[in-house]
Design a protein around this ligand. Structure first.
Ligand code: PLP
Length: 407
C-alpha cells in the first residue's frame, strides 16, 4: 500500500504522543479462557506466550462472562432471532430481547423505565443530548469519567453552563449550586458512583441532602444522575451498587452490562418520561444499531443470577477476596486508597517503578495495568488491581507473594 500524505502527517502526530510518553502500548491479545482448576480460579492464554495468566485487571466483578447459563441463553436467542438486529431500533430493530432487558434492568435498579445503549459510554453521551437545554446548568465531580465529560462536549454544553466541584467535596458542590445564575431553570448534578481509577465512591446520601435543599430554587428542580458503571452488580448488600451502599438513590441511574454482569452494553434508568425523552432525543440511541439479542439475553440472565442465591454467594466471595487483598497490601506496607470496592489501586507514585512492577507481575503470570500520566496526574502513578468473584484465596495469596518479593 502506498503511503498517503495523510498517513505521513498522522505518523508525525503519533510520534509526538510517543515522545511525550502519552502513547498507549500495543494491546495484549487474549486467545483462550481456562476454567478454574483445583484451588485456582480461571486462567487465560495470551498470543505469543506459552503459559497461562491470572487476570487482575478485568471489570468482570461477578465473573459471569463464561457462565454456562449466560452462554446457553445467548445461543438460544441467536438461534431464535439471528446475530444482528438488521436496523436501528425505531425503524425495524427492536426485538423482544431488547424490551425484556429494559424491563429487567429498570426493576433491578428500582426505576420506572430504562433504555439500553451499546455501552455506558454512549449512554452518557445520549443523556447529555436528551435532558439539557439552553437554561440548564451541569454540575459534575472533578474526577468524572471521560464519557460524562465528552457527552457534554458532544451535546454542545457551553462552558458557562458547566461547573465542577472538587472530588467528593459536598461543600464545594454547595458552592457550585449557590453560584448558579438566575436565568437557569434546570440543574443537573452528575457524578460517578465508583471512581474507576481509585475505587472510592460518591457520598450519595450527602449529595442528595444538599441537592434537595436547592431543588425549589429552579423551575425544573435539581436532577441528580449517577453513573454507577463500576458499582452496579458489584457493590452493596445485594449488588444494587453505590446507591445501596451509600443510602440514597439519584433520579437517574446510568450503568453498564459490560463490567460486573460480564456482558456488554449500557443503560439509562429513570422515570418513564425521562426514558421517553432519551428515546426521542439521544442520537447515540436513535441512529445506531442496538445490542445483539445474544447480548440482551446474556445480560438479562446475569441480572437474574445476581438476584439469586448464587449471585449473593458470588458477591460474598468478591467481598472476602477484596478484603483479603486489601489487608495483605496493607500488611506489606503498600499505599492504597481505603474502601471496600474491588478496584484496589496500589499507589506507586513513579512512572519507571510502575512499569517495572507491572513487568515483574507479568513475569510471574499476573496481568495488571499500570496507570501513568496522562491517565492519572503526575505523582499519582498507580497499578490498578481488580478483584473478581472467581478469584480464589490461593490466587490472591499468589499476587501478594509476588508483591512481597518486590519490596
Ligand atoms: C464511570 C464509567 N462510565 C462509563 C464507562 C464506560 O462503560 P462501557 O464500557 O459500557 O462503555 C466506564 C468504563 O470504564 C466507567 O468507568
Amino acid at each position: 500500500m502506498t503511503e498517503t500524505r495523510l498517513d505521513r502527517a498522522l505518523q508525525s502526530e503519533l510520534k509526538i504522543l510517543q515522545d511525550e510518553g502519552r502513547a498507549k502500548p500495543p494491546e495484549r491479545i487474549i486467545t483462550a479462557y481456562h476454567p478454574p482448576e483445583n484451588d485456582l480460579g480461571p486462567r487465560y492464554s495470551l498470543e505469543g506466550e506459552n503459559r497461562r495468566f491470572l487476570r487482575m485487571s478485568s471489570n468482570s466483578y461477578l465473573s459471569l462472562s463464561n457462565h454456562p447459563l449466560l452462554i446457553a441463553r445467548a445461543d438460544n436467542a441467536t438461534h431464535a432471532c439471528g446475530v444482528g438486529p438488521g436496523a436501528v431500533r425505531f425503524i425495524d430493530g427492536t426485538f423482544s430481547y431488547h424490551v425484556a432487558l429494559e424491563e429487567r434492568i429498570a426493576r433491578f435498579v428500582g426505576k420506572e423505565a430504562a433504555k439500553i445503549f451499546n455501552s455506558a459510554y454512549t449512554a452518557n453521551c445520549g443523556l447529555a443530548l436528551s435532558i439539557g437545554g439552553k437554561a440548564t446548568q451541569w454540575i459534575g465531580d472533578q474526577l468524572n469519567h471521560n464519557s460524562i465529560i465528552r457527552g457534554m462536549r458532544i451535546a454542545g454544553v457551553p462552558s458557562g453552563n458547566k461547573s465542577i466541584y472538587a472530588h467528593n467535596d459536598v461543600e464545594d458542590l454547595q458552592r457550585c449550586l449557590e453560584a448558579v445564575g438566575g436565568d437557569i431553570t434546570r440543574v443537573v448534578v452528575i457524578f460517578d458512583g465508583i471512581f474507576s481509577m481509585r475505587g472510592d465512591y460518591a457520598p450519595i446520601d450527602k449529595i442528595l441532602a444538599i441537592t434537595d435543599r436547592y431543588s425549589d430554587k429552579f423551575t425544573d428542580g435539581v436532577i441528580t444522575v449517577v453513573d454507577d458503571s463500576h458499582g452496579i452488580g458489584a457493590y452493596g448488600a445485594t449488588g444494587r451498587g453505590t446507591p445501596e451502599f451509600s443510602g440514597g438513590t439519584p433520579d437517574i441511574i446510568i450503568g453498564t452490562f459490560g463490567k460486573a454482569f460480564g456482558v456488554n452494553g449500557g443503560f439509562i434508568a429513570g422515570s418513564g418520561t425521562v426514558v421517553e425523552a432519551v428515546r426521542q432525543r439521544a442520537d447515540t440511541y436513535i441512529y445506531t444499531n442496538p445490542l445483539s439479542v445474544a447480548d440482551c439475553a446474556a445480560a438479562t440472565t446475569a441480572l437474574d443470577i445476581c438476584d439469586s442465591a448464587e449471585g449473593l454467594q458470588r458477591l460474598d466471595n468478591l467481598r472476602q477476596r477484596t478484603r483479603q487483598f486489601r489487608e495483605g497490601l496493607e500488611k506489606l506496607g503498600f499505599e492504597t486508597i481505603p474502601g471496600p470496592h474491588p478496584v484496589v489501586p496500589l499507589l506507586v507514585r513513579d512512572t519507571a517503578k510502575t512499569h517495572a512492577l507491572v513487568k515483574r507481575l507479568f513475569a510471574a503470570g499476573i496481568l495488571v495495568v499500570g496507570l501513568t500520566f496522562p491517565v492519572v496526574p503526575k505523582g499519582d502513578e498507580t497499578i490498578r488491581f481488580q478483584v473478581n468473584a472467581a478469584h480464589t484465596e490461593a490466587d490472591i495469596d499468589l499476587v501478594l507473594e509476588v508483591l512481597a518479593r518486590t519490596q
